[in-house]
Write a new protein. Sequence first.
Length: 203
Amino acid sequence: RGEYVDGLWVGIDDPKREPVAERLRAALVLINTYDPLRYNRLTRDLKRIWATPLHGPRACFYYRLDACVLNPRYVLDEAMTPELLASTIVHEATHARLWGMGFRYEEEARPRVEAICVRRELVFSAKLPNGEQVRDRAEQALTSYCTATSLSNAALAKSRDDYAVEELRRMGVPNWGIRGVFVLRRVLRPFVTAGRQAKKAFG
């Protein structure tokens, strides 16, 4: 289920649909009010904003749907402010813009790509009346997150696995079931990899 806001489809996959929608609307209004140029670019670079737990604990740009994807629990976190949420959307919209320009998210390019997106958050923070939290978070990310170690394939794979375990436990899956999921994934991985290679080879 979703609605359109200035051409953006805003969809929510969560029982707490209206509280999530309210926060997303407030964040978009904040961007439009204090950085209208960025907002106009955002509505061109993104087609969707999708609140769903499917793609991780916080936020990401999902290129297949041209979507800024946010976890509903991240959106509704007690510490989340409209400024921080707006900054997150600005960050992911910058990923969309870079992707549209041909910059991919290969391992060696990630620190540079993430640094560009975080610096857009810094620029955005300077335009907000209450941008201190956004600025502080961005400055911390530049030093602690935008590094080859934090963004390596191994680090991202571990982060995905940790999140998968957390979600399975939240759904009530017992530990033996969780172990079975990961065993099955290891068994299937060679077939998935072969399929992707065949798709690349034959289009």
